[in-house]
Ligand binder design. Structure first.
Ligand SMILES: Nc1nc2c(c(=O)[nH]1)N[C@H]1C(S)=C(S)[C@@H](COP(=O)(O)O)O[C@H]1N2
Ligand SMILES: [Mo]
Length: 447
């Protein structure tokens, strides 16, 4: 890491507020990389001061960007980007228009209107990192180890995966278990995802099922354990940011891929290049990025973010704000039925009618119907709903909505799946803010 670059001055702002130089944008400050940008804003992060603090030139630059003072700046942890800026100004390499919720670790979601494509392009796929992505993502030397309760442990290069197993390309949905957390009240800690921690890219790879078959999984196998090569935020050697797994019966699902390409291109570095797991329809955390090892276990995996309350919900309905004992939590498996309107963008102006488009999905199930309302749910019309491109993909819908007169409208979408499960009007609250699948709303002004 070239800290020397950090001596390059961030453009200055005069104290009168008059710009002798233009105000630097966050992109200017971070133009030489995250570490250098952090150094400019927060100063040197040492072992005794892992957080670092916003001060001096950095504080000046940040305040200028926000347009006012930050009274509690001394409590801002290094690497934290104020929400006010993140929403509009922070950009990520190879990503287009994503809202950055946190940059240490990087977490960024896609505004719904940028998810309009039937297949999500690489540069629009959300990013959920729990740690620091690995520096080495070289595909030619990457190895995947399969071990644990198998008769035939293996170590395979990506070329060997391609030559030994049948290669599949499938459109697969990844949604973070915490998507929609921002709307919980009382609020739940964690990334305040609104709608856009979901994507459906076309992934190319080999089936997990086929690889496990070749490894000869023993009959007492219970669970998989996934390991990536990203590192813990603390910098502690050997400490993992996240290692999750799935039940063996789920690992044999046809649609789970060990993927080495995304939309016909190499996987984006932030999305797990050069190799990742894609477990569609289950919490995104099951889809280990920078995948280096799959271990087969005789018990439910207990890696970081598998235990306690992580990616778990109470095993019974609870009241908003209720304290729930850890033993009453259970692991989230499939994600619930949900829909997303990707056009019009919320806040759009419209004529007397408008085309509504979006996607709907339900983990491990098909969506049976999507209904649209423009009168706050008093009446519903059925949208045209397409079949999924394949199992594990979202389904596209389309509807024509007519407005009786000018004014303010909301367009709501509500999906129902093959088991009759339907999006609720109100959040079913849980302590960690998972599984928010309330119906989707956009605002429209008819002129
Ligand atoms: N190695 C590794 N894999 C990971 C994570 C991570 O932090 N490290 N985050 C998980 C979580 S919580 C989610 S929601 C998905 C997000 O995938 P994406 O960043 O490609 O959108 O990756 C999962 N796989
Ligand atoms: Mo996630």
């Amino acid at each position: 890491m070239k800290i020397t670059n950090a001596t390059k001055k961030v453009k200055s702002v005069s104290s009168t507020g008059e710009n002798t130089n233009p105000i630097p944008t966050l992109s200017d400050i971070y133009s030489d990389g995250l570490e250098v940008g952090d150094y400019r804003l927060f100063g040197r992060v040492t072992n005794s001061n892992r957080r670092g603090f916003l001060r001096g030139a950095g504080l000046g630059a940040m305040s200028a960007l926000i347009g006012t003072a930050i009274p509690f700046h001394r409590f801002m942890p290094a690497g934290m980007i104020p929400v006010a800026l993140a929403e509009t100004m922070m950009t990520l390499p190879d990503k287009d228009g994503l809202t950055v919720l946190n940059d240490r670790p990087i977490n960024a979601e896609t505004p719904p209107h940028l998810l309009d494509d039937p297949i999500t392009p690489n540069n629009r796929h959300f990013v959920r990192n729990n740690g620091i992505p690995p520096a080495n993502t070289d595909a030619s030397s990457w190895m995947l180890k399969i071990d644990g309760l198998v008769d035939n442990p293996m170590e395979l290069s990506i070329d060997e995966l391609k030559s030994k197993f049948k290669v599949y390309t499938k459109a697969l949905l990844i949604e973070c278990g915490g998507n929609g957390r921002a709307f919980f009240n009382p609020p739940a800690k964690g990334n305040q995802w609104t709608y856009g921690a979901v994507a459906c890219s076309e992934w190319t790879g080999v089936r997990l099922k086929d690889v496990l078959k070749a490894a000869k999984v023993k009959s007492n196998a219970v669970y998989t354990a996934h390991y990536g090569t990203d590192t813990h935020l603390s910098g502690k050697e050997g400490k993992l940011p996240i290692s999750r797994g799935i039940p063996i019966h789920k690992a044999n699902d046809d649609s789970i891929l060990i993927a080495f390409a995304q939309n016909g291109n190499p996987i984006s570095p932030l999305n797990g290049a050069p190799l990742r797991l894609v477990v569609p329809g289950w919490p995104g955390s099951c889809s280990q990025k920078w995948l280096a090892r799959i271990q087969i276990r005789d018990q439910v995996h207990d890696g970081p973010k598998m235990t306690g309350k992580a990616y778990r919900v109470p095993n019974r309905p609870v009241e908003a704000g209720e304290k729930v004992a850890t033993k009453d939590f259970e692991i989230i498996e499939r994600m619930p039925v949900k829909s997303l309107i990707t056009s019009p963008q919320s806040g759009a102006k419209s004529g007397q009618s408008i085309e509504v488009r979006g996607h709907a999905w339900s983990g491990d199930r098909k969506v049976k119907a999507v209904h649209i309302s423009s009168d706050f749910g008093a009446t519903w019309q059925k949208a045209k709903l397409q079949a999924p491109a394949n199992k594990g993909a979202w389904q596209n819908f389309q509807a024509e909505v007519k407005f009786p007169q000018s004014g303010y409208y909301e367009i709501w979408s509500r999906a129902t799946d093959s088991a009759g499960e339907r999006q609720p009007h109100a959040i079913s609250w849980n302590p960690k803010g998972y599984l928010n699948n309330t119906l989707f709303r956009v605002a429209v002004r008819v002129a």
